[in-house]
Design a binder for this molecule. Structure first.
Ligand code: C5P
Length: 218
């Protein structure tokens, strides 16, 4: 079977994570959530007392001391810092939600993560996964423009707000989306050659089935 790279992009709370994880598990592909990379960097910087308002030079300087590596849990590859896992409870806080897109708009932060994210194809092959599912905002447009299949998930705002509310997380999803769409470097766009799936009136199972069918055809 041919190794396939699947790029799944879309705005906040469109259902990227659950679909990506489930498809990866079904196909024995490695799953990478690049949103967690940006969240981890935001958490580390904030923890060092670096706010986005301090500017790109301060952020660049602080990133010099940040050493990233990878831990594999089942089908998921997680980015670790200084060899330590940074837990979900630390990167999914209100404070990180409020700051992550400001850091993610900085070219220095994106450059810092780009090579690492691209190297995940090699890691997936080395670990004998049958493919790679990577989710984010710029995977089909910047990280893997030649991915075998690119999917762009969308959903109307009310559906997305409801989904987040059900998770019990307060998140300014429209504010993050606006920042992500309007930044200069690697903005959130529907990548060229991607298949659009509007998940507003679909169940999670339907989105997974559709995605699996698209991957099989690719
Ligand atoms: O996917 P998630 O909502 O966890 O992503 C958090 C934030 O990380 C996004 O709002 C965006 O600012 C940033 N991000 C990005 N590029 C990616 C993935 C996430 O800029 N590929």
């Amino acid at each position: 079977m041919k190794f396939k790279t699947v790029a799944i992009d879309g705005g906040a709370a469109v259902g990227k994570s659950s679909v990506s994880k489930e498809c990866a598990k079904t196909l024995n592909y490695m799953h990478v959530d690049t949103g967690s990379h940006y969240r981890t960097i935001a958490y580390i910087l904030l923890d060092k007392g670096i706010a986005p308002s301090l500017g790109e030079d301060a952020v660049s300087q602080a990133l010099k001391g940040v050493e990233i590596s990878t831990l594999i849990f089942g089908n998921s590859a997680r980015m670790s810092v200084g060899g330590k896992e940074i837990e979900d409870s630390l990167i999914r806080t209100d404070k990180v939600n409020q700051n992550v897109s400001l850091f993610a708009a900085m070219p220095q932060v994106r450059e810092f993560l780009k090579g690492y994210q691209r190297s995940m194809e090699g890691v997936a092959k080395e670990k004998n996964f049958a493919g790679l599912v990577m989710e984010g905002r710029d995977i089909g447009s910047v990280i893997f423009p030649n991915a075998e299949i690119k999917i762009f998930l969308d959903a109307d705002e009310e559906t997305r707000r409801k989904r987040r509310a059900n998770e019990g997380i307060s998140d300014s999803i429209s504010k993050r989306d606006a920042l992500d769409k309007n930044r200069k470097t690697a903005p959130l766009v529907r990548p060229e050659g991607s298949v659009l799936i509007d998940t507003s009136n679909m169940s999670k199972e339907e989105v997974i089935a559709k995605t699996l069918a698209l991957i099989a055809e690719a």
